[in-house]
Design a protein around this ligand. Structure first.
Ligand SMILES: [Zn+2]
Length: 260
């Protein structure tokens, strides 16, 4: 009985996948190139898009990711002021995770910075000269993939180059967090990489965490110091400075910082 039901379900699922595939093939995929640089929208539920896209949860993870990349921006994703829902969601997440960074003592005063890459490849970053504990969503600065300011009255973090380097090197990364947590910074100050199996959960969550050589903060020296490590890691120590973590979402990047 159980086996019969499974077979029937599989047949139904495959039929739905075939219908979705034929619809996708028939539809011009205008945003394919654009989406390749963008990031899936965690706020944009799969169920608010077209009927075909609404079945996204039935597909295996790899297929979901691929379909998510191809998802076009629907009018229902528009919010007031013409901003995309994903932008508002990312603004809220950056504010919330910035507040947590400050509350947990990972940053002091105006230290640290966070960013998120949006669906269209533009990047939201925290402004320079403001505490991450007291940000408003409107304080965030939107910049292009090249770092040109697109929206926002403030000035982007002086570590913008570091965030841009991360996104340039990693198409799978859509969020970055830089802070100075005391424990990790102690390792960074002593140039001790976390590349041994110190703690089970940290190893599982982060893998090996190397120490990038010292680069003066806010300069290309720092960018060049981290670039060799970007392809293969989720978190880096910055010698005599602090740490940077990245992930597919702001929450993931932040949690990696907590773990670190
Ligand atoms: Zn710093």
């Amino acid at each position: 009985m159980h086996g019969e039901r499974t077979t029937t379900d599989d047949a139904g699922l495959q039929g739905r996948r075939r219908r979705i595939a034929s619809r996708a093939a028939a539809r011009p995929d205008a945003l394919a190139g654009h989406a390749a640089q963008g990031c899936p929208n965690p706020a944009g539920s799969s169920r608010i898009d077209t009927a075909g896209e609404a079945l996204i949860d039935c597909a295996p993870p790899g297929e979901q990711r691929e379909r998510s990349r191809r998802r076009t921006v629907s009018p229902t994703q528009r919010i007031q002021g013409g901003a995309l829902q994903s932008e508002r969601h990312e603004r809220d997440m950056l504010v919330e995770m910035g507040r947590r960074l400050w509350q947990r003592g990972f940053v002091a005063a105006n230290d640290g910075n966070l960013s998120a890459r949006l669906d269209d490849g533009s990047i939201l970053v925290t402004p320079t000269g403001m505490s991450k504990g007291f940000l408003d969503a409107s304080d965030l600065v939107l910049v292009s993939a090249e770092g040109k300011r697109l929206k926002g009255e403030g000035v982007a973090t002086t570590e913008l180059g570091m965030h841009l380097a991360v996104y340039s090197a990693r198409q799978d990364v859509c969020a970055g967090v830089h802070s100075h947590p005391q424990g990790a910074t102690a390792f960074a100050a002593s140039a001790t990489p976390l590349d041994a199996d110190f703690l089970t959960e940290a190893v599982l969550a982060l893998g090996k965490v190397p120490t990038a050589p010292y680069g003066t903060p806010s300069t290309m020296e720092l960018v060049q110091a981290i670039e060799p490590f970007l392809p293969d890691h989720k978190a880096l120590l910055l010698q005599h400075h602090g740490a940077v973590t990245f992930g597919h979402t702001v929450r993931e990047a932040y949690f990696r910082m907590e773990t670190l």
